[in-house]
Ligand binder design. Structure first.
Ligand code: ATP
Length: 357
């Protein structure tokens, strides 16, 4: 199946600065893609190149089989929603949505019918006569979404559409966007720096850093098999622990020898182990085992369904702390308290290996 949107070796320079370095990516029809990465990594620049708001310095963009690399934004087939809603304050909600439809040559009546349909779809059927200032931020963003979708674009671009909203409205609108996207089957790209949002919404996540793509994958792939230390650190929480390879069978963390998580490692090699807090477990009855290390629980942070235990490794000098997530029931069963000296198991199967930098 050929891709609906093909991004082929795109570079973007601003003077001496390179914001995008050889970006290649295929996006299929109906996919929900998130561009995820820290501030300044190039997410918005890539979105703007797709929209034609910035022209790429080199490379090619093809949408639905058509080369759009140098096409003006108005000649491209997309709808866009910005963080700032960008509604015209002096036009009513209906007029805001109808504007693009009228520009497309739709009759007043046809435009009105489409506006009514979209106001219903975004859950604001009686708001057509209001002005944007009479609506909440979440409602204005729904109108911005209706305005973008009313033109039936082939591609929906969302530039941090939820970041100006408070937490509750944000979650609600997140669900609404996902529902609409699935219902319409519209190919969608959303820029976000919020990993939770990307994990919850995307079919595939594109993790970016310093103008390059670090990894492309489903939320599960990105979370469970991070391709680099950067991805491991940026998506979810991860503990990084220094270790050295002692033999084919053993690695050393501080003064403790543990079974190697991978027997292809070279003796003498320095590695970093990556362990998610939820993948580290306190041992039963505080038993020492072949794959355990000693810790002291320094503090317990209540997180709702689990507690995050901040633990100091007892076998390392200089001192090293790790985070261990314990389900509340488990915490009570094992009677874990601040100050306790305990053992945690490092399970091979959940250990990620990174080569020391
Ligand atoms: P944020 O989440 O903060 O919006 P981002 O990942 O979207 O970040 P971009 O806005 O794409 O980042 O910017 C990528 C880099 O390119 C940044 O270092 C930025 O300063 C630079 N940049 C973007 N636009 C321009 C411009 N018009 N002129 C010069 N530099 C620019």
């Amino acid at each position: 199946m050929s891709a609906y949107l093909q991004i082929d070796n795109i570079c973007k320079h601003f003077g001496q600065f390179t914001a995008l370095k050889n970006i290649s990516l295929d996006i299929h029809k109906g996919e929900f893609i998130c561009f995820l990465g820290p501030s300044g990594c190039g997410k918005t620049t890539l979105l703007r190149a797709i929209a034609g708001m910035d022209i790429a310095s080199s490379g090619r963009i093809t949408q639905d089989g058509k080369d759009t690399t140098f096409l003006a934004p108005e000649k491209r087939d997309f709808g866009i929603v910005f963080q700032s809603y960008a509604l015209f304050p002096n036009l009513t909600v209906s007029e805001n949505i109808a504007l693009g439809l009228r520009n497309q040559g739709k009759s007043h009546r046809a435009a009105n019918d489409i506006v009514t349909h979209w106001l219903e779809l975004v859950g604001l059927p009686n708001s057509g006569h209001k002005f944007p200032s009479q609506l909440s931020g979440g409602q204005q963003q729904r109108i911005a979404l209706a305005r973008a979708l009313a033109l039936s674009p082939g591609l929906l671009l969302l530039d941090e559409p939820l970041s100006a909203l408070d937490a509750k409205v944000r979650t609600h609108l997140r669900d609404e966007i996902c529902r609409l996207q699935r219902q319409l089957g519209i190919t969608t790209i959303m820029v976000t720096h919020d990993q939770e949002e990307a994990l919850a919404m995307a079919d595939r996540i594109v993790v970016m850093n310093h103008g390059v793509i670090e990894q492309v994958g489903t939320p599960e792939e990105i979370y469970q098999n991070p391709a680099s230390r950067f991805v491991a650190e940026f998506v979810g929480s991860m503990n990084f622990i220094d270790a050295s390879v002692v033999s084919n069978e053993k690695i050393r963390i501080g003064e403790t020898l543990l079974p190697t998580p991978e027997n292809t490692l070279q003796r003498g090699q320095r590695i970093e182990l990556g362990l998610r807090p939820e993948d580290i477990h306190f041992t039963e009855n505080n038993m020492k085992s072949d794959s355990s290390i000693p810790v002291q629980v320094e503090d317990l942070e209540f997180q709702g369904t689990y507690v995050r235990a901040n633990c100091r490794l007892q076998n390392c000098n200089p001192a090293k702390n790790i985070k261990v997530d314990v389900p509340i029931r488990e915490l009570r069963r094992l009677a874990i308290q601040e100050g306790h000296y305990l053992f945690v198991n490092i399970t091979k199967q959940y250990t990620h290996i990174f080569h020391a930098q």
